[in-house]
Design a protein. Structure first.
Length: 87
């Protein structure tokens, strides 16, 4: 059985420096991608808020429709009753 080399692997300072530079560049690319994702998320949030506002406006504008329908029905029934009893 062979014993492992006690010296191990030697990495020069130039190799270490290059690896650190590569790592810094990779982190910079990831950071820019995260920033773009955050910007898109802000856009999406503003779109959602705009849609919420529009939906709320439509819901407020919709409430008179059933009321108008009920009033028209009551007026029609009253007109029919008046016509029936007026004979």
């Amino acid at each position: 059985m062979t014993s492992p080399d006690p010296a191990g692997v030697f990495i020069s300072s130039a190799q270490m420096y290059q690896e650190v530079r590569d790592l810094a560049q990779t982190v910079g690319r990831i950071e820019s991608k995260v920033d773009s994702f955050l910007d898109e998320a802000k856009d999406i949030r503003s779109d959602v808020q705009d849609h919420e506002l529009r939906i709320r406006t439509l819901e407020r504008a919709r409430w008179p429709m059933p009321t108008i329908g009920v009033l028209a029905g009551v007026a029609g029934a009253a007109t029919g009753a008046v016509a029936l009893f007026a004979r």
